[in-house]
Design a protein around this ligand. Sequence first.
Ligand SMILES: Nc1ncnc2c1ncn2[C@@H]1O[C@H](COP(=O)(O)OP(=O)(O)O)[C@@H](O)[C@H]1O
Ligand SMILES: Cc1ncc(COP(=O)(O)O)c(N)n1
Length: 267
Amino acid sequence: MSAPPRVLTVAGSDSGGGAGIQADLKTMLALGVHGMSVVTAVTAQNSLGVQGAWELPAEAVRAQYRSVVDDIGVQAIKTGMLASAELVEAVAELIGGTDAPAVVDPVGVSKHGDPLLAASALDSVRTKLLQVATVATPNLDEVAQLTGVLVESESGMAEAAAAVLSYGPRWVLIKGGHLPGDAVDLLTDGSEEHWLRAPRYDNRHTHGTGCTFASAIASQLAKGQTVPEAVAAAKEYVTGAIAAGFALGGGIGPVDHGWRFRADGGA
Ligand SMILES: Nc1ncnc2c1ncn2[C@@H]1O[C@H](COP(=O)(O)OP(=O)(O)O)[C@@H](O)[C@H]1O
Ligand SMILES: Cc1ncc(COP(=O)(O)O)c(N)n1
């Protein structure tokens, strides 16, 4: 049996299992690749919010990364919560020295508004991390934090994309999930524009959407798809996962990473 493509997530742990490393590995399993992880931080987190967060030393992050990349090898990388400027810079350097596409989800705050990245790290994200990204996947709050561009409707998304592209990622995917109406995202490399549109599901259980989307893109890239193909396939997967999101705990439940496996979940 030949080994499946290998995908590495560099992200924080979500004890509730809906976002972060846990969402990434579940997505990778669902999409048929071998998932591996570099843990950057541990959060105590559930459906109500983030109760605590502890970042790992940069040395522990570097050691995990080297263990995976030097022996097993990777066909794609995804980054999520990086917590501090020191970790952002360490990860940017590691990715810059690895020959694999990188999907950078510039995670800033959780769905509950709890900070997952120090304000002092924003500059390192702009000048170091975005430069090594094959695809950057900011939501509209992250666009505002990183570029100062406030998007209030679909018509503002192209300006936001140009502002993010000025920091050097090959492609940017502006996620419009926080706007009212259809769930519309814009993927562009500055010359091609791809609009991705899905119905908005009236489901509050959306914990982990961003992590799931970025991991799905990385999984599809590892299988050899182009960026536009990978993003289109990942949008279909995340949309299905949001449609099937379920209540858990007393707050915002997770998307369903296993929706395609369930008898009633479709193919
Ligand atoms: N209620 C919803 N119904 C369908 N798609 C959604 C919904 N909310 C978000 N999305 C989609 O989920 C993906 C993640 O987007 P978004 O919620 O903007 O990012 P983040 O999880 O990083 O905040 C995007 O493709 C967005 O369009
Ligand atoms: C450890 C960790 N990483 C990332 C997120 C963002 O989650 P979302 O995918 O909902 O934006 C989170 N809540 N926790």
